[in-house]
Ligand binder design. Structure first.
Ligand code: AKG
Length: 191
């Protein structure tokens, strides 16, 4: 099932078809609101530096992370963001993964969301705050069709559940200097 909201705005999907939809909505919040939320989240979230196993060694995850459920006692700006994105997409988002990319050296490797933890058919929505970063979406099929686009401050990137079966997404490191960026990845967790 695909959320009808993915189709009923003036924004054209970046990808659509049997393999799922990916849509980009610029300026979902004002630049003032984006700057306010960025400053609040940057200062008040308990950002965690994580480590992960890579072959035979442990390495730093190249970004900071934190995670909340809507049922947690979340701070008012985060509750407001949940409300805004849920309302915008008519979707009952109940969890959010927050990423802090400190500079151009931070990144997220190409991956898809773990669908076993998500409610089938519900989309994933990424709200961007701070510096613009490039996202790369790659088809998993042999052809490996790919799409590069910029995630700007105040934008929402919406990926359908089905798209996670067929495409990977990631934020590569950049060569040029880039300021900090925070992303909020809203999901509907549970079955
Ligand atoms: O920061 C982003 O825009 C992507 C985040 C992401 O892919 C994730 O949290 O799984």
């Amino acid at each position: 099932m695909v959320q009808p909201s993915l189709f009923c705005t003036d924004s054209a999907p970046l990808l659509s078809g049997d393999e799922g939809e990916v849509s980009y909505y610029p300026n979902v919040i004002s630049s003032e609101k984006a700057a306010q939320w960025f400053a609040y989240f940057h200062e008040h979230m308990a950002w965690q530096a994580e480590r992960r196993q890579m072959y035979d060694r442990e390495v730093d995850v190249p970004r900071l992370h934190t995670h909340f459920s809507l049922s947690d006692n979340v701070d008012p700006p985060l509750r407001e963001a949940f409300g805004l994105v849920s309302h915008y997409l008519h979707t009952p988002f109940n969890s959010v993964g927050m990423n802090l990319y400190r500079n151009q050296h931070d990144s997220v490797a190409s991956h898809h969301d773990k669908l076993e933890f998500l409610r089938a058919g519900q989309p994933i929505a990424i709200l961007s705050l701070g510096a613009t970063r490039r996202m790369v979406i790659r088809q998993k099929k042999v052809s490996r069709r790919h799409l590069n686009f910029d995630l700007e401050e105040g934008s929402l990137l919406v990926m359908s559940w089905t798209s996670q079966l067929h495409y990977d997404h990631g934020i590569p490191k950049e060569r040029d200097t880039v300021g900090p960026r925070i992303s909020l990845a809203f999901r509907v967790s549970g079955t």
